[in-house]
Every structure is written in structure tokens, then in C-alpha cells.
Design a protein around this ligand. Sequence first.
Ligand SMILES: *[C@@H]1O[C@H](CO)[C@@H](O)[C@H](O)[C@H]1NC(C)=O
Ligand SMILES: *[C@@H]1O[C@H](CO)[C@@H](O)[C@H](O)[C@H]1NC(C)=O
Ligand SMILES: *[C@@H]1O[C@H](CO)[C@@H](O)[C@H](O)[C@H]1NC(C)=O
Length: 384
Amino acid sequence: MAKLQKSLIQLLLSSWLCSILLQDTTTTAARILLPTNSKIRSKTEDSGGSRDNTGGFQINNGNMEFLHEESDGRRGEEGGGKSVVGRNSRPLIGILSQPSCGESATEADWTSNRSCIAASYVKFVESAGARAVPLLYNEPEETLIKKFAAINGILFPGGATSLDDNPFYQTAEKLFKMVIKANDNGDYFPLYGACLGFQLLTVIVSQNHSILGQFEAAHKPAPLLLVGDWVKNHSIFQWVPQGVVDKISKQPLAMENHHQGVSPQTWFSNGLLTDFYRVLTTTQDNNGKMYISTVESQRYPIFGVQWHPEKHAFEWGDDTIPHSVDAVQLTQGVANFLISEARKSQHKPISNDEERELMMYNYKPFYSNKDGHGTFEQEYWINL
Ligand SMILES: *[C@@H]1O[C@H](CO)[C@@H](O)[C@H](O)[C@H]1NC(C)=O
Ligand SMILES: *[C@@H]1O[C@H](CO)[C@@H](O)[C@H](O)[C@H]1NC(C)=O
Ligand SMILES: *[C@@H]1O[C@H](CO)[C@@H](O)[C@H](O)[C@H]1NC(C)=O
């Protein structure tokens, strides 16, 4: 009985999970991401020597135009005997908060001054040797700019917040622009989005708030179909043990929990998405409908997963989350990859005092799944 009740509640909650409400679909035809006529170029460096990943996009009359230049897009791997000058061994990751945790935000959530970060994302970055810094969606831009100068990467978590043109979306877009600008200036800075975070990265780049379609992909791990064998040791998969990567496309190792996504048809007919991103995996929903599940930017250290690497090791409320050794190694590999990217960033706090002031350690997570009905095991609620 309790079990039934729990799954009913989960079903109710799930209809909001990682989904967005598309009320405001008519607006924002041409959202300008960058100042008119600004030109973006990125240069990335890897441990095997430096590689020019040139390319980028420019804004003309409000439209983004991409500059096409070939690059194999492979990113550096650590190790291999070559030392990297200036590798940052104290990486800090900014994690963006939402007005609610796991449920669509109410009016009261939006007007309260508090916001939420699921603890699994904090543990995810900590597990690979980084520390977390909360980036509050409702804090002033000056504060975000100050924090940006101190951190080495940004994580957009999953959740259920609307991706309409609201304060949460606007903050995410501001952060995205800061990441583009930094990389353009040779200031290597990674950005990673999971689930709703992936959807954010999709909406921001496509400049289309109604780009997402409906899918049945909640409460279920699924195989990730690699677009080619080269993906096996590429990008977020390069730190996952080869034996596990070999199983990814055959076994349901990747936790999926979303009701929205982007079909390959929509994706590949959108020039902004195809010019900005490279698709690494696709996944089928419960009805066999395909969606894009892993992407990376062609030119920037920006990565998106429609699935939930962090859940395998750190979330327990949903019985369908895989916790096998393989699934946990997938979590660890993705975390190690993200933090290895962050170690290439040289940002740092201006003082030890500032560093301590920024830390997630200033806040206490609470046991949100203590009653067995929580979407997340633990949550941080932070007042502005
Ligand atoms: C949120 O903070 C603002 C500014 O400090 C204050 O005016 C407002 O009353 C606060 N709202 C709530 C719900 O506490
Ligand atoms: C946004 O995406 C949807 C879904 O692909 C499409 O139908 C719509 O035409 C797009 N809107 C714009 C302004 O491109
Ligand atoms: C990556 O995989 C390709 C093809 O499977 C292989 O040729 C290459 O040696 C691999 N690279 C590394 C660094 O493992």
C-alpha cells in the first residue's frame, strides 16, 4: 500500500520533472545572445600540446552566424606523462539554483528569496576533487560576475523549473554568455548541463523557447546509442572505463527522467544547434521515439546530457535508478571528465576569505527524502 502510494506520488511529481511549461511560446524569435557584431572565437589547449579549435559565431543584425572552420573537436586528456603548466588543482564549480526542487515552482517559490540545489550535484563535483559554489538564480549580476571570476566551471542541474523567459532562464543565459566570452578570450572555462540543464543549453543556443518536444522517458534507465565508435573515448566518455563504455549502448545504464527533449529531426533541421553542437548519443523513449541524449559544443568546452550521471551514485528515492558497479563507474567517469576540464581554468578567489565565503559548506543540506517521497535524497535551500 505504502509502495503504491509512493509510486503514485512519484508519478505525480514526475510529470513536472525535468520538464518545462511552455506558455510563452510566441515571443523571442530572435534573442540576441551577444552584442551586435561581436565575434566569438575559442582557443582550447590540451595536454598533448596546444590545439587551435578556431571557429565560433558572430552576430549580425541580431542573428547568430557561425564561422565554419574544421576541427576534430577532440579534447585533451590528462595523464599520459605530459605535464600541463598551470593545471589548477583547486577547482571550484558553480552550481545554478532553481526556485524549487523537483517540482514546478509556485508563485510563492518565485517570490520567496530562497532557492534550491539538489545535493547530488554537489556530491558529484566533490567526488572528482572539486568544491561547489552556489550560483543563485536570483542574485544580482554583480555577484554572479564576482563569483564567475573565482570558479572554474558551471553546472546547470536537472529539475522542473520553467524555461520560459523568466529570472531563472535569464540568469542561465547570462552565465552562458560569460562562458562564451571567457573562452573567446582564451580563458578556458567549461559548462555542463544535465537534464533540465541540457534543455537550457538547447533553448539558449536555438533561441527557441518551444524547441522541446514531448517524450516518455521518466523513471527508467536506458541505453545511450553512440553516433560512432569514436565517441567511446571522446569527451565525457573518455574517463569512463572502456569496458563500461562498451556496454552503454546495449544496456540500460544511464538514468533517464524527463518528459521533454529534442528529436533528431528537430535537432538536425536547426542550423543554430547543429553549428554549435556535435551530437554524441541518442536514446529511445518508452515508445521507441528517439531523442538527442548527449552533446558537446563544436568549439567550446560546453557539454550537455539529457540523462542523469549524478543519480547512479547519489540518488536513492526512485527504485529504477541503476546503482550497479557499471552505472556508478559511469557517474565517476563523467565527474572526472568535468573536473579535468575545470582544472584547465585559472580563475580563483581573490583571497582565502573570499573562497570560504563562497563555499557550499556555508549551507546545510536537509534530508528531503526522509519521508520516502522526496525527488532528491538531500537538498540545499539557500536564502538570497
Ligand atoms: C525578499 O527580499 C526582499 C529584499 O530584501 C524583501 O523586500 C522581500 O520582502 C523578501 N521576500 C520574502 C518573501 O521574504
Ligand atoms: C521553434 O521550434 C519549434 C519546434 O521545432 C518549431 O516548430 C518552431 O517553428 C520554432 N520557432 C522558431 C521561431 O524558429
Ligand atoms: C580511441 O579509440 C580509437 C578507435 O576505437 C583508437 O584508435 C584510439 O587509439 C583510441 N584512443 C585512445 C586514447 O584510447
